[in-house]
Ligand binder design. Structure first.
Ligand SMILES: Cc1cc2nc3c(=O)[nH]c(=O)nc-3n(C[C@H](O)[C@H](O)[C@H](O)COP(=O)(O)OP(=O)(O)OC[C@H]3O[C@@H](n4cnc5c(N)ncnc54)[C@H](O)[C@@H]3O)c2cc1C
Length: 386
């Protein structure tokens, strides 16, 4: 959002955040952060830092129950840059461009004062938010209790599968393991991301009390359930890339109407603080990027007059169909897959066009939504969304 506002040369931007760029850079990992092509296009459009050393992810491999099914090609490549590196670079770059940083955690009490001092306050406080009292959007699906426990580590010592891409290893009834080549400050790593069904055989990371435990548990899991990964792993080199390179989290799923009045002024929301989802489909960053653009366009459309409720209504009305696609698809991926989707995955083994179509669900979630919820149209509608 800050980058978008800067492109117009019309706004002074202040960012309130609890951590300095250096604290972010040396802190704990936050995500697996795959950025698909629309997000990468926005990063270029709004002149965000570029990542020439990022490994291009050109495919999505799918295996089920330990058997490799297919590698579908992404129409346009994706990448994953450690958010510690990405955010700290962006913060330093924004500072150079004149953005003012205040290193503080904003409370709801402070918010009432902040609305007096700024033309607009955007609440993008992530999954620990929102700080503003945005109401839940009751028309959107919601999952109150997380259906997965997420455990993520950034590892050295894993050889990439070819073609280089995202690997989705599905273990029916137990969960998924996603494998993602990524760029960190220390160079390339392989992210291993377990989405465990609570109480199941993959739900074992609560036993990890420090980095070494986490690493041993991941090694055990690959040996017991994912031998294909085990075969590409060098045991002597297999380690986390640093002591903060692991994360355990469970994410609720809820959507808020992303604007409300605080002290007589509107506050607006963007990203996880208003659209929160389990990361099974890797869409959180991409949706946050989409929302910032929708908000930016709504603000510019009304730039000649004072922003009011209609400005923020327009932002939400335009964003809602896409958000519904992402949320509905993500929820469907957390539950036993529908028969016709299992059929598609089976067909992907022998039909490359279907394999490619499945890969591009992640790039264009609306195509996934159509395949999941409008099954009769699957064979008539062969092309991918752009
Ligand atoms: C395990 C995992 C894997 C994921 N994988 C992917 C993926 O592959 N692709 C994808 O697109 N998404 C993925 N996501 C989701 C993605 O990381 C988030 O959707 C994205 O980071 C949301 O961005 P955000 O800016 O809204 O929030 P955040 O990135 O969480 O940033 C919020 C910021 O607000 C600050 N903050 C919080 N509270 C306050 C406060 N009170 N005052 C001031 N500042 C505050 C925080 O310190 C932080 O800097 C994943 C998430 C998880 C947990």
């Amino acid at each position: 959002m800050a980058y978008q506002l800067l492109t117009t040369h019309q706004f002074d931007v202040t960012i309130f955040t609890p951590q300095s760029a250096d604290e972010v850079r040396t802190g704990r990992i936050r995500s697996t952060q795959v950025h698909f092509s629309s997000t990468i296009a926005r990063e270029r459009l709004y002149r965000m830092p570029t990542w020439p050393n990022a490994q291009e992810l050109t495919s999505v491999h799918v295996s089920v129950g330990g058997e490799t099914f297919f590698a579908g090609s992404l129409d346009k490549p994706a990448y994953s840059i450690d958010q510690r590196l990405y955010f700290s670079e962006c913060m330093a770059d924004l500072q150079r461009q004149g953005v003012h940083f205040v290193y503080a955690k904003v409370s709801s009490e402070q918010l009432s004062g902040m609305v007096e001092s700024f033309d607009l306050v955007v609440d993008c406080t992530g999954r620990s938010g929102p700080v503003a009292p945005f109401p839940l959007d009751s028309s959107m699906p919601k999952i109150a209790t997380p259906l997965r426990k997420c455990s993520v580590g950034y590892f050295l010592g894993v050889e990439n599968a070819k073609p280089v891409g995202i690997l989705a290893h599905i273990l029916p009834g137990e969960g998924e393991l996603f494998e993602i080549p990524a760029l960190t400050e220390v160079g390339p790593v392989t992210i291993l991301f377990v989405e465990a069904v609570p109480g199941g055989q993959l739900d074992v990371f609560h036993r990890a009390h420090h980095a070494q435990d986490f690493c041993s548990i991941m090694l055990d899991i690959t040996e017991s359930f994912f031998p294909e990964i085990r075969n590409r792993l060098t045991r002597e080199q297999f380690s986390l890339c640093d002591d903060h390179a692991y994360l355990r989290v469970a994410v609720r799923s809820e959507v808020h109407i992303p604007y409300c009045e605080v002290n007589g002024r509107f506050v607006v929301g963007c990203g996880d603080s208003v659209v929160l989802n389990d990361p099974i489909t890797g869409q959180g960053d991409n949706t946050a990027s989409y929302l910032t653009e929708q908000l930016f366009c709504a603000l510019l459309d009304d730039a000649s007059r004072e922003w009011d409720e209609t400005t923020f209504q327009s932002y939400w009305e335009k964003s809602k169909p896409y958000v519904n696609h992402v949320v509905s698809w993500s929820h469907a991926m957390l539950r036993p897959l529908p028969e016709h989707i299992l059929g598609m995955i089976m067909e992907g083994r022998t039909n490359q066009a279907v394999a490619d179509r499945i890969a591009n669900w992640f790039r264009t979630p609306s195509s996934a939504y159509n395949d999941f919820f409008y099954k009769d149209e699957i064979h008539e509608n062969g092309g991918h969304e752009q």
